[in-house]
Every structure is written in C-alpha cells, then in structure tokens.
Ligand binder design. Structure first.
Ligand SMILES: [Zn+2]
Length: 249
C-alpha cells in the first residue's frame, strides 16, 4: 500500500519560510522512520551487549535516572551525562534511553565516538561519507558514548597527526567532524535529541565551541552522574536474577 502521508516518496518538505534552516530540506516520512529502526539497531551494535539495564531497573544515581526519564519524555535538546569516574552507569543510561526509543518506534542510534570516527574515516574511502554524515546529523535520537575519547592526548587520533593529512584521523579532523554533527543537532535542537556520555567536565569550556553549545541552558542540560563503580553491582544483579530463578524453581 502506498503511504498516504508522503505518497511513497519516503520524505516530506516542511512548509517553512525561505530563511528557515529546514527550507528545502527533505524530512523522512513516518513510513521511512519505521523502516529505519532495524538498521539503526544493527548499526548501534547493542545486540550482544550485556548492558541490559532499563530505566525501570537501573541501580545507579537516582537523580541522573530522573533526568534520563525527562529526556525520554522531551525527546529533544542536548543532554550531557558526565562524571569523571568510570563505571557510574553513563553508558547504561544512554543504552536504556535508546532501547526505550526503539520500543516507542522512535529512530535512535547509539554510537561510541571512537568507533563512529573509524566509520566516518572508512566512509571517505568507500565514497558514502556524505550519506553517513547526513544520518548522524539528522537521526531523531543520537546517543554518543565515550565522548571524551577524541580529546584523549594518548589516543591514536593524536598519534596519527604526524601523518599531516587532516582527512585521515588527526585530532583536528576528529574535532571538525564532531563539531559538525553537534552544531547541526544543536541548531535543530527542537526536533532532535542528542545524548552524550563523557568523563570530561563539559563546563571546562575555555573557547571550546562544543562546550559552549553544551552550556546553553535553553537547548542543553549538563547532568552530573554520581555514585561509585556499578560494574560489581551489575554482576550482583545477574547473581540476584539467578538466585531468584533458583528459588522459583
Ligand atoms: Zn510515507
């Protein structure tokens, strides 16, 4: 059956003034969005993840959890979950929101930033770079995990700088790609949601253009994630689950 909304074209153009950022822009139709979800799930690569916390069953910081629920309800804006400590459940929050979006038929994509940069670099060589960038900019919900990793002085992005080719993975290249994605999603903050998990204090701005987008309190919210390392408690959860099963049996 031909889609009654777009007539089978798969996209729509919004009726907006010529100076609007969406003027002339193709917006995926609802029918296309539903088609997108299986490929976004595959692309997110969470299938084999042992990270199965949901927003109803999350052992970490209750305040951060409350904000995660707000984000899911709002489904727009930038939400930066941060703690300098490892294992506080930032990844778990992102994964739980993304999975909840899929349950609600909302197109959502989870990406670890280093893996995303690898993918973009490979796309240069394959020639589908622009398509990939468009998807990252326009997908309704984008969750970027390990966001601090492209700042890491010890990362291989830094090591690659000696090659002198800015298109091939130097920090400047990575910073430019990340900025293009964040900037576009920041401009369209009222139609898209961007989730970020980072170990780097997002307030530590000092002329960082991304930090200045994050600190815009209208479009963005910085959410400190408190608490200790949840990784032992993840194991405990598994233990509790099997104990319960044993008791039931
Ligand atoms: Zn349609």
């Amino acid at each position: 059956m031909t889609c009654p909304i777009c007539g089978g074209a798969g996209f729509l153009r919004r009726d907006v003034p010529i100076d609007h950022p969406d003027f002339g822009r193709a917006i995926p139709c609802e029918c296309k969005r539903l088609e997108m979800i299986p490929s976004l799930m595959e692309w997110s690569g969470l299938g084999h993840s042992n990270q199965d916390w949901t927003l109803d069953r999350f052992p970490g910081d209750p305040e951060a959890l409350a904000v995660a629920r707000e984000a899911l309800a709002a489904r727009r804006g930038l939400w930066v979950f941060w703690s300098s400590a490892f294992g506080t459940g930032k990844t778990g929050i992102l994964v739980a929101i993304v999975r909840a979006c899929w349950d609600q038929q909302v197109p959502a994509l989870y990406q670890s930033v280093p893996a995303m940069l690898d993918r973009l670099r490979a796309a240069y060589q394959r020639g589908d770079y622009q398509q990939l960038m468009d998807e990252l900019r326009q997908v309704q919900v984008l969750a970027l995990d390990e966001f601090h990793r492209w700042h890491d002085k010890s990362s291989r992005w830094e090591n690659n700088a000696s090659h002198g080719d800015l298109r091939d993975g130097s920090p400047s290249w990575a910073a430019e790609k990340i900025f293009q994605i964040i900037e576009d999603r920041y401009v369209h903050w009222d139609q898209r949601m961007t989730l970020v998990a980072t170990n780097r204090n997002p307030d530590r701005g000092d002329n960082d253009p991304i930090a200045s987008r994050f600190s815009d309190t209208v479009r963005s919210r910085i959410v400190p994630v408190h608490g200790g390392d949840l990784r032992p408690s993840a194991r405990m959860f598994e233990g509790m689950a099997s104990t319960t099963k044993e008791k039931a049996a």
